[in-house]
Design a protein around this ligand. Sequence first.
Ligand code: ZN
Length: 115
Amino acid sequence: MRSTKPGRIPCINPRCNRTAPADKYEDGDEIICGKCRRSLPSAMNRRFMKHRRAFDRLDRMRKQKKYAGRVHQINRMQWICHRIITEVWADMKSYFREPDRPEGIDNFLDEMGMR
Ligand SMILES: [Zn+2]
């Protein structure tokens, strides 16, 4: 178990030493730093970013009058996005836990459509 400075949250990659200020997050939140996120297989990263953006977009839609009659639908879509984000987050964490993964190979395989 790593020790982290008080008031800081460590990156989910156990081999990364970057942290984020805890006061910007909720209790129990986890973070991934930009460098580790970019090191993920591109398909995993794309899936994560896509659903996180959609989640935020739905948040903004909920506040607009023109979507007032569709709040139920917005909530449902957000719930689905949240489920996928949680799933990809778990994938990302186990990706970093795998020992001695050669860097770059997965990106290469993704780009070649070989995975
Ligand atoms: Zn990191």
